[in-house]
Design a protein around this ligand. Structure first.
Ligand SMILES: C[S@@+](CC[C@H](N)C(=O)[O-])C[C@H]1O[C@@H](n2cnc3c(N)ncnc32)[C@H](O)[C@@H]1O
Length: 253
């Protein structure tokens, strides 16, 4: 374990070095891991992050809903969530879905070309992806991007430092409470920074009572960090070939 080999100095933006498995699935060289499952990124997001957090069901009757994510990567999770939000409006026969605040942290933002290539393999998301790519200009610190029905707060920097902003809030900064967490760092063995005990403790603090998390990994030390942060932790069936994943909640007091 240890810091990845790709280094940056504070305030400097470093795009990831990628290779492309089967010509389609981006893999970060520094972490030796892919951004999403080779068995189907979109279906993985729906299974792990949406269903794992009880979405879209939990949107019903809500005026606003906040999701936070560790690791923006390609934006696939955000765009899939945005798509589900629009579909919800159709299902509810026009009743307004909640306004979505989506907060995501990213230390190594992709270039526009990398993003476009990664998202190009999901024709279902073409419209949402085009809106993201048109606005994509990552800068260190917080930037708010506007979408129909949603705001995306992009935190470019190390999540372990920027997470404290959610506690403080204020001008130009998103704030809690967070209703659902997408814990989507690279594999815990390769990217332990995003599964760090203190990071998860702060995530718990800014989570609404009854708020939830979901993640694709069921690594024992990650489960222990989540439990010691205060979350209840439950194993669920994983996506595709994976036996297990983990989801849980912050119980109401
Ligand atoms: C598995 S990928 C995320 C995939 C993403 N959710 C998607 O929809 O494409 C993990 C991401 O975490 C980012 N990351 C790794 N360490 C980080 C850190 N300390 N702070 C913020 N982001 C980090 C990586 O650069 C990478 O983009």
């Amino acid at each position: 374990m240890g810091e990845p080999t790709q280094k940056k100095t504070p305030g400097q933006i470093v795009a990831p070095r990628l290779d492309w498995l089967e010509g389609e699935v981006p893999r970060a060289e520094a972490f030796d891991d892919t951004y999403f499952s080779r068995a189907g990124g979109l279906e993985e997001t729906r299974h792990v992050f949406l269903a794992g957090n009880g979405l879209p069901e939990r949107w019903q009757g809500r005026e606003s809903f906040a999701i936070a994510e560790f690791g923006f990567g390609t934006g696939l999770n955000f765009l899939t969530t945005l798509k589900a939000l629009k579909a919800q409006k159709v299902l509810e026969k026009g009743a307004a879905p909640p306004h979505l605040t989506f907060i995501s942290f990213e230390l190594y933002p992709m270039t526009r070309d990398q993003l476009a290539r990664a998202l190009g393999v999901f024709p279902e998301l073409a419209q949402e992806a085009a809106e993201l790519i048109a606005q994509w200009q990552p800068e260190p610190g917080w930037t708010k991007l506007a979408f129909a029905g949603a705001d995306l707060w992009l935190g470019i920097g190390d999540a372990r430092e920027m997470i404290a902003d959610l506690r403080r809030g204020g001008e130009g900064t998103p704030s809690g409470p967070v209703d659902a967490w997408y814990l989507d760092g690279f594999s815990p063995a390769k990217n332990p920074e995003l599964w760090d005990e203190d990071l998860l403790k702060t995530a718990f603090e800014v989570t609404a009572a009854g708020g939830t998390f979901a993640t694709y990994t069921a690594a024992g030390w990650v489960r222990r960090n989540l439990a010691s942060a205060g979350f209840t932790v439950e194993k669920q069936k994983g996506f595709a070939g994976k036996r297990e994943m983990v989801a849980g909640r912050k119980d109401q007091l």
